[in-house]
Design a protein around this ligand. Structure first.
Ligand SMILES: [Zn+2]
Ligand SMILES: [Zn+2]
Length: 296
């Protein structure tokens, strides 16, 4: 065989391989191979109220999605340790907003960096203006997200402040999936609903300016931040949002395909006794299952 022909054929094979490999990694996430660990169920039960509020069939689906996310997106501590708890909180924040989109796989993230505290635009934790709690990277940071570890924990530990930084950042990432971060999640919201949504956003932002709103004033920054801020509210206090902002609630229910106000219960109203069947759905008694792992 002629040397040129050989080189040509070899490069062609290589090209076909590269194209297909890229396609595969872009479209398909690796599936989890091991069963969901018991300790991780216990972590979810203790820290992720959203999970506790799911029925046992949905819990299984949630566990799968958590595992799938962690299989395909690294969670890396920067100047701080990251344990299973942090990894599971990050994954939960990713899955909660898109839980009712069964085929959803994030294609625009491969690593979440966890910083010990808040940071500034130059990613320094000690410098000036170090009040950023989370951000979605672009440019050289494309495909990365940064979260403050403190804010990650606060988002799940405090169930009444309508704040969850990690969910906020994943909302930006979802917003970005259609190509632009513009406060309109085109992949979730169908075209005819876009204009009414924008009208409502303007009205609600002007309420914030006039001090007539209980929505975090940061939401008045622009429609992008408004969408992220009210989504935090929706996932943390769905009943309150429905009561105080029925139209906004209806829109978010439509966007996320979740009627949370119906199923949501506060931590204090969920009581598990030692001898009850474990809420993780194992069929064992709580004291012999997750209760044992949690030392209760
Ligand atoms: Zn934001
Ligand atoms: Zn259990």
């Amino acid at each position: 065989m002629d040397a040129t022909v050989f080189v040509l054929i070899t490069s062609l094979i290589l090209l076909v391989y590269l194209v297909f490999r890229r396609k595969k990694s872009n479209l398909q996430w690796n599936a989890p191979v091991i069963p969901f660990p018991q300790e991780h169920k216990a972590i979810l039960l203790k820290h992720v109220l959203y999970y506790t509020n799911l029925n046992s069939e949905k819990k299984k689906r949630f566990e799968f999605k958590i595992q799938e996310f962690l299989e395909n997106c690294r969670v890396t501590g920067v100047d701080t340790d990251v344990f299973d708890l942090e990894r599971i909180l990050v994954a939960s924040s990713a899955i909660i907003p898109i839980f009712n989109f069964p085929d959803w796989q994030y294609t625009n993230i491969d690593e979440v960096l966890v910083y010990p505290t808040s940071f500034n635009e130059r990613y320094e934790t000690a410098g000036e203006w170090n009040n950023i709690l989370g951000m979605v990277g672009n440019g050289p940071m494309e495909g990365k997200m940064i979260l403050s570890k403190q804010a990650l924990h606060n988002g799940f530990d405090n169930e009444s402040d309508k704040k969850n930084t990690a969910i906020h950042e994943f909302i930006h990432l979802i917003d970005k999936t259609d190509g632009t971060i513009d406060g309109i999640p085109s992949l979730l919201l169908e075209q005819p609903y876009t204009l009414p949504w924008l009208d409502l956003v303007h009205k609600k932002i002007s309420d914030i300016y006039q001090n007539k709103s209980d929505i975090n004033p940061y939401g008045a920054t622009n429609k992008v931040e408004f969408f992220a801020v009210v989504s935090e509210y929706f996932f943390e206090r769905p009943k309150q949002l429905k009561h105080k902002h029925p139209e906004l609630y209806k829109n978010l229910e439509l966007i996320f395909k979740q009627n949370l106000a119906e199923s949501h219960k506060n931590k204090s109203s969920i009581e598990i006794n030692r001898n009850d069947p474990c809420p993780c759905g194992s069929g064992k008694k709580y004291k012999k299952c997750c209760g044992k792992v949690l030392n209760i």
